[in-house]
Design a protein around this ligand. Structure first.
Ligand SMILES: Nc1ncnc2c1ncn2[C@@H]1O[C@H](COP(=O)(O)OP(=O)(O)OP(=O)(O)O)[C@@H](O)[C@H]1O
Ligand SMILES: NC(=O)c1ccc[n+]([C@@H]2O[C@H](CO)[C@@H](O)[C@H]2O)c1
Ligand SMILES: [Mg+2]
Length: 200
């Protein structure tokens, strides 16, 4: 069986941290990071607000991202080998059934129709404004945030996309990003086991 799991949600919600733990623990598991699909800086539009519009779908090469996911779907074993993931022998090995998993993580997973349809399970990490702003201020991205970007662009775009997702009726499991790293990992690992791998 093949399963695609999304770890989406707000910037600095803890998506990459959680994903890195999950992919180590799940069997035959590959990963796709949405941040790897940002367009080059000179292709990012500047808005009327004067900010580069990083936090919109247009800043990402979503076609390339979906192609990567399709490449995994067509041949997960080949994809795993190409990406250095150790594949267990599958049905010949009674303790590791023939399961292939892809974890996709990023801040805009559930607003792009061709991608949103591909998930078997969708998680959504959220943290309140103050904590998000605090965490973000400690980060340094390839292009550092100019003063005012969080309040002027990042947070408003988060609220807009979240509302769009909710209005569209996308089925997600909300996660409280204020929980500890261990709690989040245990909760999601257990949930995946219960819902997809049929064991706890
Ligand atoms: N459960 C947690 N509790 C407290 N801090 C956390 C937790 N998970 C991650 N962090 C910290 O919060 C920051 C953001 O974490 P992470 O990079 O995993 O978030 P992200 O959602 O991937 O963010 P980005 O928008 O940059 O992709 C990091 O400094 C990380 O160490
Ligand atoms: N990875 C990048 O190239 C990059 C550049 C500028 C800003 N960002 C931020 O990454 C977050 C998603 O992880 C978004 O909130 C972007 O603002 C990323
Ligand atoms: Mg991240």
């Amino acid at each position: 069986m093949k399963y695609i799991i999304g770890i989406g949600g707000v910037t600095n919600g803890g998506k990459t941290t959680l994903t890195n733990r999950l992919i180590k623990a799940l069997p035959n598991c590959c990963v796709v990071h949405q941040d790897d699909f940002f367009k080059p800086q000179d292709q990012i539009e500047v808005g009327e607000d004067g900010f580069k519009q990083w936090d919109v779908l247009d800043s990402l090469d979503m076609e390339a991202m979906v192609s990567t996911v399709r490449a995994w779907s067509e041949n997960p074993v080949k994809f795993a080998r190409c990406h250095g993931v150790n594949v267990t022998p599958g049905s010949r090995e009674p303790t590791s059934p023939d399961i292939q998993i892809l974890v996709i993580e990023g801040f805009l997973l559930y607003n792009y129709k061709p991608l949103v349809e591909l998930f078997d399970l969708r998680y959504y990490l959220a943290v309140p404004y103050d904590e998000c702003k605090r965490r973000r201020s400690t980060r340094s991205y390839t292009v550092p945030d100019p003063p005012g970007l969080f309040d002027g662009h990042v947070w408003p775009m988060y609220l807009k996309h979240r509302k769009e997702m909710e209005d569209g009726g996308v089925d997600v499991v909300y996660l409280d990003g204020l929980k500890s790293r261990d709690e989040l990992y245990n909760q999601v690992f257990e949930d995946i086991h219960n819902k997809l791998l049929n064991c706890s």
